[in-house]
Design a protein around this ligand. Structure first.
Ligand SMILES: *[C@@H]1O[C@H](CO)[C@@H](O)[C@H](O)[C@H]1NC(C)=O
Ligand SMILES: *[C@@H]1O[C@H](CO)[C@@H](O)[C@H](O)[C@H]1NC(C)=O
Ligand SMILES: *[C@@H]1O[C@H](CO)[C@@H](O)[C@H](O)[C@H]1NC(C)=O
Ligand SMILES: *[C@@H]1O[C@H](CO)[C@@H](O)[C@H](O)[C@H]1NC(C)=O
Ligand SMILES: *[C@@H]1O[C@H](CO)[C@@H](O)[C@H](O)[C@H]1NC(C)=O
Ligand SMILES: *[C@@H]1O[C@H](CO)[C@@H](O)[C@H](O)[C@H]1NC(C)=O
Ligand SMILES: *[C@@H]1O[C@H](CO)[C@@H](O)[C@H](O)[C@H]1NC(C)=O
Ligand SMILES: *[C@@H]1O[C@H](CO)[C@@H](O)[C@H](O)[C@H]1NC(C)=O
Ligand SMILES: *[C@@H]1O[C@H](CO)[C@@H](O)[C@H](O)[C@H]1NC(C)=O
Length: 368
């Protein structure tokens, strides 16, 4: 799905450059490629075209100046082309790295989501276990208090019958910390067993009663079970939350990687598009770089719309379309080039140095 960005061409750049142009890496593109290229274009316009159009037969320094301007343009174009190529290779590498990392992290996301789902089931099961344990514990308390009520009933019956109080019996106080309250009321009462006393006080210890013991044991066990289930739920929830935060981390990392990807895609697409034009200009200028060429011939070639200027315009328009630069009217028309070439021919008749070979210019140029 990310490959869409490689295929879609100029419009996406235009959209994404606004944001990406602020990143350090697109600013690298600006510093190393876009600004130097703009400089080349403005040199071309002001120091060749405008200068020629404004010159006359008494502009004796003109050939030397043009010689230097052409040198500067050539070397600047060469550096720009190299930098552009380097940035393209770099961006292509970053794009493939980012794509790979994103694919790896998406894999990790899927795996984490599966684990999270499993933990969710575990948590839900643990919740259900707690719920059941709560019911069981509540029931055990009810049974226990029912047993006590039964003993109390027996005690009262005997009291009425014999009006004979036995010693207070400290009924095994249940002190469990149930969420719904353990049995805690009325557990201190005199106890009397009418059944075996034959008129005498009998200190019957309820704790030795098997029913009581069974109920108390069940209650304690149910409570222990509940506590265990609660601890289990807590542990499962901790695991769940940790897995959740891991998933969030991964998705944050994917988002960061995606931002990098978008930036690098922008650079890759831009440098690739510029490279087409730069390479063609370089190839076409190659035969005219030789120092044995006449300045006039080099100028005539450079000013030729179809050979060179059209490619300058093409690169310039790509930058404009991508909103990487604002229009500063550096486009050169076919008509303007025709006029400039005519003026150049006229001047070359008046300024013999125009016909010098490049190696005959010994003046050190300012930019060197
Ligand atoms: C730039 O990116 C931020 C988020 O990184 C976004 O909120 C903002 O809308 C974007 N601006 C433009 C002009 O695309
Ligand atoms: C870059 O971002 C800073 C703040 O983050 C902002 O002030 C500046 O205007 C932005 N520059 C460009 C060229 O977008
Ligand atoms: C972006 O450019 C900066 C310096 O210009 C460099 O340090 C950094 O590694 C580059 N990052 C990417 C992802 O290309
Ligand atoms: C030639 O141009 C220069 C400056 O561009 C100007 O000063 C001079 O008057 C012009 N000479 C003629 C003959 O037009
Ligand atoms: C994604 O995970 C599957 C199985 O978990 C594995 O076979 C595959 O190689 C992984 N892909 C990547 C890009 O890590
Ligand atoms: C488990 O998933 C269900 C359904 O998606 C959800 O309602 C529940 O809140 C999840 N459990 C936890 C602990 O997030
Ligand atoms: C999430 O990322 C932060 C820093 O990026 C890290 O400190 C933390 O341990 C991570 N958490 C998980 C669950 O991976
Ligand atoms: C990356 O961001 C783009 C939008 O900027 C979005 O369409 C795409 O789905 C994102 N990809 C990933 C893997 O998040
Ligand atoms: C420019 O000159 C060429 C011939 O040198 C001619 O074919 C073309 O029509 C001219 N174009 C303009 C716009 O003057």
């Amino acid at each position: 799905m990310m490959f869409r960005y490689i295929v879609l061409f100029l419009l996406p750049i235009a959209i994404r450059c606004e944001n990406a142009s602020n990143s350090s890496n697109t600013s690298e593109l600006h510093i190393l490629v876009i600004s130097p290229f703009q400089h080349v274009l403005s040199l071309f316009k002001s120091d060749i075209v405008d200068k020629l159009m404004n010159a006359n037969h008494s502009s004796s320094d003109l050939p030397d100046e043009l010689h230097c301007t052409i040198q500067e343009i050539q070397s600047s174009l060469q550096q720009t082309t190299l930098a552009n190529q380097r940035l393209f290779n770099q961006a292509a590498l970053h794009v493939s790295d980012a794509l790979e990392s994103i694919s790896r992290m998406e894999n990790e996301t899927t795996e984490t989501e599966i684990l999270l789902n499993e933990l969710n089931t575990t948590v839900e099961t643990a919740k259900e276990d707690v719920r059941l344990a709560e019911i069981a514990a509540k029931k055990a308390v009810e049974l226990f208090s029912y047993a006590i009520d039964t003993y109390r009933a027996i005690m009262y019956r005997n009291r009425y019958r014999e009006n004979d109080y036995g010693g207070d019996y400290q009924f095994g106080r249940y002190n469990g910390q149930h969420h719904f309250g353990g049995y805690s009321g009325g557990n201190r009462f005199p106890f009397h067993t009418g059944l075996h006393s034959r008129g005498t006080n009998c200190h019957f210890d309820v704790r030795h009663d098997s029913l009581y013991k069974a109920n108390a044991k069940a209650m304690h066990e149910a409570d222990d079970k509940l506590k265990k289930q609660q601890v289990q739920l807590k542990n499962e929830l901790v695991k769940y939350r940790s897995m959740e935060s891991q998933l969030r981390n991964i998705s944050e990392q994917v988002m960061e990687l995606n931002t990098t990807l978008q930036e690098q895609q922008t650079i890759k697409i831009m440098t690739e598009a510029l490279n087409e034009d730069f390479q063609m200009v370089a190839n076409r200028l190659k035969p005219f770089s030789s120092s044995s060429k006449r300045l006039l011939d080099v100028l005539m070639y450079i000013l030729d719309y179809q050979s060179i200027v059209e490619l300058f315009n093409s690169a310039y328009n790509k930058l404009l379309t991508a909103s990487t630069i604002e229009s500063t009217d550096l486009e050169l028309s076919r008509e303007m080039m025709n006029k400039t070439k005519q003026k150049l021919i006229y001047l070359s008749a008046k300024l013999p140095r125009m016909r010098y070979r490049r190696k005959q210019f010994h003046r050190l140029c300012a930019h060197q």
